[in-house]
Design a protein around this ligand. Structure first.
Ligand code: M6R
Length: 604
């Protein structure tokens, strides 16, 4: 994880770096730092434990520099502390470095180069910055040559930005597996972990690729490979609307993003359907999916849950078995694959390392793949054979909401496209685009009912330590996601269960007052789920039932609108996202930045 930003300009870059770090805070927020090279000996280095605002408090008006680098951290090696916060300065101050990623051979590097070096923290990055200094001292190399040489010896993932304080007219950056973009202005240049970090300055971006190093000055960008070959690459225009990154009047991004979901559905509809209701997705891609004998969906966390929620529709309309796998398990315990396997990588960020390691392996096996992501240009989007985009706009809150519903929607559109191309009747509607318009309204209705959810949270969840979500079929998939939402931001221990499975052990945890949230939208099994809710109620549980109108009963807590089964998850999840949101807010937590987490998980 972690976010990095760097800038060179003709004026003080401190403010811009700080703003960039605020935008990158979703990538980690346990400590942060900024280094500015200037006339003062050694430049100015400031670090703070905690979020960016703690760093901002430590920055004085006197801090200045026309070149600087900044970092926001999600700890991997070493506890969150000021000593472990980046930027890291080498022992004798020859170079200063920020890093996103994990250096796998840091122990070997330490052993090889740093026997006599005094280290002050526990990070792998401190090893690298000192290796560079050693290479400068021992081999008489300048900072850039030493950096290049170090890069040839480093194993692992990295995005680095490096400053030599004696050369404040330039800085360097390099990457391998971790994301890094270059931002271009008329008389300034930046690097950042993503476009959000730089969009307040420029939308002209250049992608840096693995194995490349870049030298940035105010008026030049020199990209080269590690063996010195120069690369010419022209900037592209980033499609990020600066306004869409602002929270506006919302207290938290999560609430804003929950409320944006109907709009996201409309954007998907506009992008992926033409006027006549036909799907606009490359027909070669649709043909490849139609020709496969099994779809393997690989994802993590919320994206994994989105895959589970869409599985039944994909199987019904494509008439192909679908397996949904947790990426961190799949890559190292790959099941026996069918001869015409097709892979779908689902990822909001497009950067998740667990998913990427599977994609690397499927690419080595020459297996066809599609990435569905929210971030064009992301690693998973670039490395798969094809990519489709969620059109959800930047999702800043760590708890994913609008990306989840967008993923289910886009998988449903994909299934529909295959069924349309085949021309048969597989139970798909005659006009899915129209169904999406209706769903947009029902989602809006759910959002308008948010005060009912807020009241329920105050009544049922004020102090509870645990909670269970149960359902069958697609309701089970939604129960898993609802539990993840609640636990990650409110720290209530929440579990999602197949309603019928609870009695096979977990029911032992039910005590007087334990909240059990039942989801009922499935005609085939609603009586069974009600039976399971009775079982827990008779053991003291406090049940809260979310049932669709045609299956609802008098004392159900919340009535969901009747929608086709294949779209049920899109409306059921909304009150449950709100439930998690209010539970977190009522307990006084920072809803957008839950503890121990980060938005983009770029370590395995
Ligand atoms: O960016 P991705 O969708 O690949 O991220 C995968 C998970 O880390 C992510 O979905 C996580 O579970 C959510 N932030 C939880 O709300």
């Amino acid at each position: 994880m972690c976010g990095i930003v760097g800038m060179i300009a003709n004026e003080n870059v401190c403010e811009v770096l700080l703003k960039g770090l605020e935008r990158l805070e979703y990538r980690g927020y346990d400590s942060a730092g900024i280094y500015l090279a200037n006339q003062e000996e050694g430049g100015s280095l400031v670090k703070a434990q905690g979020p960016i605002k703690a760093l901002a408090h430590k920055i004085t008006p006197a801090m200045h520099g026309t070149v600087g680098i900044g970092h926001t951290r999600w700890a991997t090696h070493g506890v969150p502390s000021e000593a472990n916060a980046h930027p890291h300065r080498s022992e004798h101050g020859k170079v200063v470095l920020v890093h996103n990623g994990v250096i796998e051979n840091y122990k070997e590097l330490k052993e090889m180069y740093l026997k006599d070096t005094t280290l002050t923290g526990e990070t792998d990055t401190e090893i690298v910055v000192n290796v560079i200094e050693q290479l400068m001292a021992n081999e008489g190399l300048d900072a850039k040559s030493a950096f290049k040489k170090a890069l040839t010896q480093i194993q692992g993932s990295y995005a680095f930005a490096l400053i030599d304080p004696t050369q404040p007219d330039r800085f360097y950056a390099a990457k391998n597996k971790s994301p890094l973009l270059i931002g271009c202005g008329p008389d300034f240049h930046l690097v950042g972990s993503d476009a959000l970090a730089m969009i307040h300055q420029t939308n002209q971006l250049i992608e840096l690729q693995d194995g490349e190093i870049v030298t940035l000055t105010t008026d030049s960008v020199i990209i080269e490979t590690l063996d010195g070959q120069k690369i010419q690459r022209t900037p592209y225009e980033a499609q990020v609307d600066n306004d869409s990154i602002d929270k506006g009047t919302y207290p938290f991004y999560m609430l804003k993003e929950i409320e944006e979901q109907p709009l996201v559905i409309r954007r998907l509809q506009q992008k992926y359907f033409d006027q006549t209701g036909n799907v606009r997705i490359d027909s070669d891609l649709i043909q490849k999916i139609a020709a496969s004998d099994r779809l393997y969906i690989v994802a993590c966390g919320t994206s994994y849950h989105a895959g589970l929620a869409a599985k039944a529709t994909l199987e019904a309309w494509i008439k192909t078995p679908v397996e949904v796998h947790v990426a961190s398990e799949f890559g190292y315990h790959m099941p026996l694959l069918t001869p015409k396997a097709f892979f779908i990588f689902l990822s909001q960020s497009g950067e998740t390392a667990d998913s990427r390691q599977v994609l690397v392996k499927t690419n080595q096996l020459h297996l066809p793949s599609l990435t569905i992501t929210n971030v064009p240009g992301s690693t998973l989007a670039r490395e798969a054979d094809a990519a489709l985009f969620l059109e959800a706009g930047p999702e800043i809150a760590v708890a994913s909401t609008k990306a989840y519903t967008a993923q289910i929607s886009l998988l449903t559109i994909l299934a529909y496209a295959v069924a349309q191309q085949r021309g048969g009747n597989y139970g798909q509607p005659s006009d899915l685009s129209h169904e999406f318009s209706l769903i947009e309204e029902k989602m809006t209705q759910m959002i308008e009912d948010k005060s009912a959810i807020h009241q329920a949270v105050k009544h049922y969840l004020p102090t509870t330590r645990n909670a269970f979500f149960i359902g069958r079929g697609v309701d089970y998939a939604v129960a898993l996601e609802a539990a993840l939402k609640l636990k990650e931001i409110s720290y209530i221990q929440a579990e999602g269960f197949a309603a019928g499975e609870l009695k096979h052990g977990t029911i032992a945890l039910i005590e007087t007052g334990t909240p059990v949230i039942g989801l009922i939208t499935d005609e085939a099994t609603h009586t069974h789920t009600r039976g399971n809710l009775e079982e827990v109620k008779s053991r003291g549980a406090e049940t809260m039932i979310f049932a669709k109108a045609s299956l609802a009963q008098a004392d159900d807590l919340f009535v969901l609108p009747d929608v086709p089964d294949y779209l049920a998850s899109l409306v059921t999840i909304i009150p449950l996202q709100l439930l998690a949101y209010y539970a977190s807010d009522e307990r006084g937590y920072d809803v957008d930045k839950p503890r121990n987490l980060a938005k983009s998980v770029t370590v395995e």
